[in-house]
Design a protein around this ligand. Structure first.
Ligand SMILES: Nc1ncnc2c1ncn2[C@@H]1O[C@H](COP(=O)(O)OP(=O)(O)O)[C@@H](O)[C@H]1O
Ligand SMILES: [Mg+2]
Length: 380
């Protein structure tokens, strides 16, 4: 009789103490449903909005599954802690006052479906490195530079990738010379211009500044979310997005377009207003030349930040000049079955569940590659 192959144990980390908590929960649910249960034994590990880790029961993982607005983690088991436990080569749950090594909740691969701070910015990836477990997506470096809009732009520029002209401003400098900073921004970019926190997402703290009074209010607002902000030339642009997948030989999907129906692609347009934006997959009326350029730049951007696994790379196409700028990279993009990233791959010929197989394979490939490295130096 043929021995049945052991299933790969996959842990989905989701939720999180972030403005994108709900998107993450919806993404995790889509992933959970689409993973082939013949191949994978899937455990959901939720992080609630206060930062507590939970092991929700599989049978009723989430409350209000049918209503995205009410969707939330179902607190059906006691809170657990997870500790990196390199001896077990894993994250080990800490339950009822003791480490529960050998518990079912150990993983061959972890899929962090967390957006923003403490999930997408390298901190969670650091924990997973310490735990010595394979995980989907970029490592510590790619995740943290991908999160920082200022550092990532410096690396893009260094790689010859065009970025929108900007000024970087630290809060302590701004406090010392507010008038000068506002004058410099006006001199360089005129009105309107954009302000945004360096390390955030979902358009939180992003503002379009139209005059000096507006500048003070919106700069202050952005500084509520980060101690470093960007002041950026406003581009009248089409917003194009491209999905990248792979490790050493990353590939680019077809190009999609976001058409915000608000003044810009704000938090409200993204999450509050169901008709806030149209997604076009693929983008229409785009020359072959521009599409190819976007795809090439997407892969170059991915490599410039040393990303691995996946990333969605977002662009501006200037309506007047036809110039393309790389706006930002998202190392853990929205992953619901109707999100841009999986939809772009579907349009490129890779269905959702195959995409998940591929991401898990890439995570294991990267883990194996690193495992072969020496960790001690032996002098000759
Ligand atoms: N320089 C800019 N010119 C024109 N629109 C911009 C600019 N910067 C940001 N925006 C608008 O704000 C949205 C959010 O900004 P983005 O830099 O993508 O931050 P986030 O990481 O929050 O998505 C963009 O999708 C776009 O609609
Ligand atoms: Mg964006």
């Amino acid at each position: 009789m043929q021995q049945k192959k052991a299933k790969l144990r996959v842990g989905i980390l989701f939720g999180g103490k972030s403005g994108e908590h709900e998107v993450s929960v919806t993404s995790a649910l889509s992933i959970f449903q689409a993973l082939d249960k013949e191949k994978y034994e899937v455990t959901l590990v939720g992080i609630d909005k206060t930062g507590r880790w939970l092991l929700p029961e599989q049978a009723h993982v989430l409350a209000h599954q049918k209503n995205p607005r009410l969707l939330k983690l179902n607190e059906v088991r006691e809170t657990v802690g997870f500790l990196p436990f390199p001896a077990e080569k894993n994250l080990v749950p800490f339950e009822g006052g003791k480490l529960n090594a050998g518990s079912a909740s150990q993983f061959d691969v972890v899929f962090p479906v967390l957006h923003g701070t403490n999930g997408e910015d390298g901190t969670m990836q650091g924990l997973l490195e310490l735990a010595n477990v394979a995980y989907v997506g970029s490592g510590v470096l790619g995740s943290s530079v991908g999160m920082d809009k200022d550092v990532s732009k410096r690396l893009f520029r260094d790689a010859g990738i065009p970025v929108v002209p900007y000024l970087m401003l630290h809060r302590h400098e701004y406090r010392a010379s507010q008038e000068m900073a506002i004058e410099e921004a006006q001199r360089k970019f005129g009105y309107p211009y954009f302000v945004k926190p360096a390390n955030l997402g979902s358009s939180v703290g992003v503002g379009k500044v139209k005059n000096k009074t507006d500048a003070i209010a919106k700069i202050e607002d952005a500084f509520q979310y980060d101690t470093k902000i960007l002041i950026e030339q406003a581009i009248d642009a089409r917003e194009l997005e491209c999905a990248v997948l792979g490790n050493h030989q990353p590939e680019a999907s077809v190009v999609g377009e976001i058409i915000p129906l608000h003044e810009f692609y704000s938090y409200e347009a993204k999450y509050i207003d169901a008709q806030g934006a149209d997604l076009r997959i693929p983008a229409e009326n785009l020359s072959r030349e521009i599409e190819e350029r976007v795809r090439t730049l997407a892969v170059q951007g991915f490599k410039a930040l040393e990303c691995s696994g996946l990333a969605r790379v977002d662009f501006f196409l200037d309506r007047k000049t036809g110039k393309i700028f790389l706006n930002e990279i998202n190392t853990i993009p929205g992953f619901t079955s109707i999100s841009m990233y999986p939809k772009l791959w579907e349009a490129t010929g890779m269905p959702y569940s195959k995409l998940l197989d591929r991401l898990i394979h890439l995570a294991l490939e990267r883990f194996e590659e690193k495992r072969g490295l020496k960790t001690t130096y032996e002098s000759q």
